[in-house]
Design a binder for this molecule. Structure first.
Ligand SMILES: *Cc1c(COP(=O)(O)O)cnc(C)c1O
Length: 359
């Protein structure tokens, strides 16, 4: 604690991102980045924008991106709020929708850890709802509550489990809590789950969060957005414009628009990752891992005979990074990003040797 800090800074617990070290022949399977690059059309759009016009401020409303997103999901542009990565969008969501006089936000005990970081930052109490023993979210745990919550948030598919809810389960949660925002973080939805955007007409309290960092391979550009009712979006935009009116630079807007318009590249690269996920899961099971059913670009796996932290450390010595969380219930699991087929094979060969050597 420094005397210069605002008081609440001492109590913050910052999010710890997966590491980005500089090691030769490094295989990074720890932060769910895309193994193939962004759409070539996105790269070309960036080149086309890199000129004298960069002296101008970007469009503060990111109109081109809002139109492209609206066309893609068949919603109206004023239902879309862009942000500098979905983490920033989430910050505005917490600030604008979840601060209700000390009422608690409901969230799963195991989910994206940034949610609890934002609760600290914005002074929002939490009530953690344990996942079922099989790591699924049980909709009934979010219904008929003894309190009025400030809101509900979960990732679908959930992270780091990779497991997804069906749309009718999300609808039950939203309809059971019609007076609060139910936020569905769909960072991984494109890898096999269904988007709750299609529920918005029937459930106006749903807020869907998307990112270009995972399925669109643009983590370095920092682009995310929310899709919600006009009423909710107007509140989010108020907060955004009270914080930063230019969250997206002009290169990011151009890249994101070109990416969302390149259906063919998106579909073929997503399909390759889904195929590699199948291969990776089967190989891991052959080595003796138990693998949760994943709808994402990562798998969450556990070996009954090997300590997960030790395996992660040994993989690191071999130049392969995976993610291990020192957290209750999941400390014996590894979260492994699905890379190319070759990368998955290298990981499995290494794991196979490691588990034979010490098994
Ligand atoms: C990666 C991730 C994000 C953050 O995405 P950015 O757009 O890169 O900030 C948000 N939510 C979940 C669940 C994620 O896995």
């Amino acid at each position: 604690m420094s005397r210069f800090w605002s008081q609440h800074v001492a109590g913050l617990t910052p999010y710890t991102p997966g590491e980005q070290p500089k090691i030769d022949r490094l295989l990074k399977l720890n932060t769910n980045e895309h193994p193939y690059g962004p759409s070539p059309r996105a790269l070309e759009a960036i080149r086309q924008c890199a000129d004298d016009r960069l002296r101008l401020y970007p469009d503060n409303e990111s109109t081109a991106l809002r139109l492209a997103v609206a066309a893609y999901y068949d919603v109206k542009p004023d239902q879309v709020m862009p942000g500098n990565g979905s983490d920033e969008v989430l910050a505005h969501v917490f600030n604008a929708l979840f601060r209700h006089d000390g009422r608690p936000l409901l969230l799963p005990d195991i989910t994206y850890s940034f949610y609890r970081t934002y609760c600290k930052l914005f002074d929002i109490p939490t009530r953690l709802i344990p996942l079922a023993d099989d790591f699924s979210i049980r909709p009934e745990d979010y219904l008929n509550l003894d309190i009025k919550p400030a809101g509900i948030i979960f990732a679908n598919p959930n992270a780091p489990t990779g497991m997804a809810l069906e749309l009718e389960q999300i609808e039950r949660i939203a309809r059971g809590n019609p007076d609060v925002a139910v936020v569905v973080d769909e960072a991984y939805v494109d890898f096999g789950a269904q988007s709750a955007v299609s529920l918005l007409e029937r459930c106006p309290n749903i807020v869907v969060i998307h990112t270009f960092s995972k399925s669109r391979a643009l983590a370095g550009m920092r682009v995310g957005y929310s899709v919600a009712s006009r009423e909710i979006t107007e509140g989010l935009l108020r907060v955004k414009d009270s914080f930063n009116s230019y969250p997206l630079d002009s290169l990011a807007i151009a890249a994101a628009v070109a990416s969302i318009e390149d259906h063919a590249y998106f579909e073929s690269s997503t399909r390759k990752i889904v195929e590699a996920r199948q291969f990776l899961s089967q190989q891991l099971e052959t080595i003796g891992f138990e693998v949760l059913p994943s709808k994402t670009n990562f798998v969450f796996a556990h070996h009954p005979a090997h300590d997960a932290a030790e395996l992660a450390a040994k993989l690191r010595e071999e130049g392969i990074l995976v993610r291990h969380f020192q957290a209750p219930r999941i400390s014996q699991y590894l979260r492994i990003t699905v890379g190319t087929h070759e990368q998955c094979a290298r990981l499995c060969n290494t794991l196979s040797e490691l588990t034979l050597r010490t098994g």
